[in-house]
Design a protein around this ligand. Sequence first.
Ligand SMILES: Nc1nc2c(ncn2[C@@H]2O[C@H](COP(=O)(O)OP(=O)(O)OP(=O)(O)O)[C@@H](O)[C@H]2O)c(=O)[nH]1
Ligand SMILES: [Mg+2]
Length: 238
Amino acid sequence: MYRDQRITVIIPCLNEEQGIEQVLRRMPGFVDEVIVVDNGSTDRTSEVAARFGAKVIREEVRGYGRAYKRGFARATGDIIVTLDGDHSYPPDAISYLLEAFRHLEVDFLNASRFPVRDPKAMSLKHKLGNLALSLVMSLLYLTWVRDSQSGMWVLRREILPELELTSDGMAFSEEIKIEAIRHPKVRFTEISIQYSSRLGEIKLNPWKDGFYNLWFLVRKRFRRRRRAARALAEATKL
Ligand SMILES: Nc1nc2c(ncn2[C@@H]2O[C@H](COP(=O)(O)OP(=O)(O)OP(=O)(O)O)[C@@H](O)[C@H]2O)c(=O)[nH]1
Ligand SMILES: [Mg+2]
């Protein structure tokens, strides 16, 4: 419990036996529920996560978005906090994020990895890719988002049914932010955290995921519009 709110932490994992142990070791005591979504790992991720007190659920179909959707369906807390299983996001920043979430009176808080202080944490290629994606997203959706690809968020569980989450892959991270930004009743903001280099092997495919995420941003922006335009055309037909 954190200030009368039940806290659920959700961690999607694909072969993160090294990272998940460190993440769970550093999990603050006030967290009520830790859900590790094992996305078909072939290593000891599930055993390690269970040994360190997490509720382990499996999602056999691969995909970052798939894993989150499975985890969200099982979460019971009032507030959900997310992070990767690779120990790149700081579990000890959870109290700081929850305090900011409360003080800023928001429903969705994005933890930005920028500015990156540890030079080893992110390659120049990833920095530029992240910058490009965040710039495009900010322009398309008319809200300044410094880190559209961050995997650490704090959100109120009750907003989830309001969000239209279609992506099963890496684009899920930007999609959940877009949905939060566009929803008239969801208050969105962003603050910085410290990002470190991951443990274990990277699962992201930088070029493929990067270009796909760019395409997804644009498609989502105009698809809705087309639907809205069609609805307007229908409505004005008479
Ligand atoms: N890419 C990918 N990640 C998955 C999948 N299922 C779960 N994950 C987890 O989602 C998190 C994000 O993947 P990462 O490889 O860390 O991607 P990233 O954070 O963009 O890249 P890093 O900067 O290397 O951490 C990790 O905890 C993965 O284990 C999946 O099907 N694909
Ligand atoms: Mg990661």
